[in-house]
Ligand binder design. Structure first.
Ligand code: IMP
Ligand code: MG
Length: 178
């Protein structure tokens, strides 16, 4: 765990905010056909916690798109690795993302999901790094805005590790990793 730097968001703060988001979503999606579409793998931890606070009937689906490899820089290339299993036409889709950074992934996903003709499309992201944006995107439900630092934990990985940390930390690379 030598790469886990200072804690940015504690477990208690995460739990509190996610409960609030669940209540907001519960209020806004009354009478709708909610389908949560989680983006693998980063959103898994957030989505399962969030879903428990949404007191409505809902469906869950997942998509996987190419993202970072073992590097902390975005390739800017988005490719679908796993498509939806469910039909979302005329349903109320809520994209559940871990973090919006450049916005490239989310921009692509919104375009793609709109082509499946949902009744509505909204976005919920646990974290946002607005200073890194390359393309404008709308986040309807946001957990936390964070500074331009590479973070790990609560679903977020570095080289596929640290997703299971129950808090969010800053990644601390040793000199020879950089
Ligand atoms: P974007 O397309 O640049 O907005 O990148 C979005 C994806 O990059 C997220 O869904 C994450 O998987 C990954 N990502 C961006 N910033 C971080 C970070 O600080 N830690 C871990 N993963 C990140
Ligand atoms: Mg992601």
């Amino acid at each position: 765990m030598d790469k886990v730097g200072r804690v940015l968001i504690e477990e208690e703060a995460l739990n509190k905010r996610i409960k609030e988001l669940g209540m907001e979503i519960t209020r806004d999606f009354q009478g709708k056909k909610l389908v949560m579409v989680g983006i693998l793998k980063g959103a898994v931890v957030f989505m399962s916690d969030l879903a428990k606070h949404i007191k409505l009937p809902l469906e869950m689906d997942f998509m996987a798109v190419s993202s970072y490899g073992a590097s902390t820089k975005s390739s800017g290339v988005v490719r679908i690795l796993k498509d939806l299993d469910l039909e979302v036409e005329d349903k109320d889709v809520l994209i559940v993302e871990d973090i919006v950074d450049t916005g490239l992934t989310l921009h692509y996903l919104c375009d793609y999901l709109l082509s499946r003709k949902p009744n509505s499309l909204k976005v919920c992201s646990c974290f946002d790094k607005p200073s890194r944006r390359k393309i404008p995107v709308t986040i309807d439900y946001l957990g936390f805005e964070i500074p331009d630092e590479f973070v790990i934990g609560y679903g977020l990985d570095y080289d596929q590790k640290y997703r299971n940390l129950p808090y969010v930390s800053v990644l601390e690379l040793e000199k020879d990793d950089k």
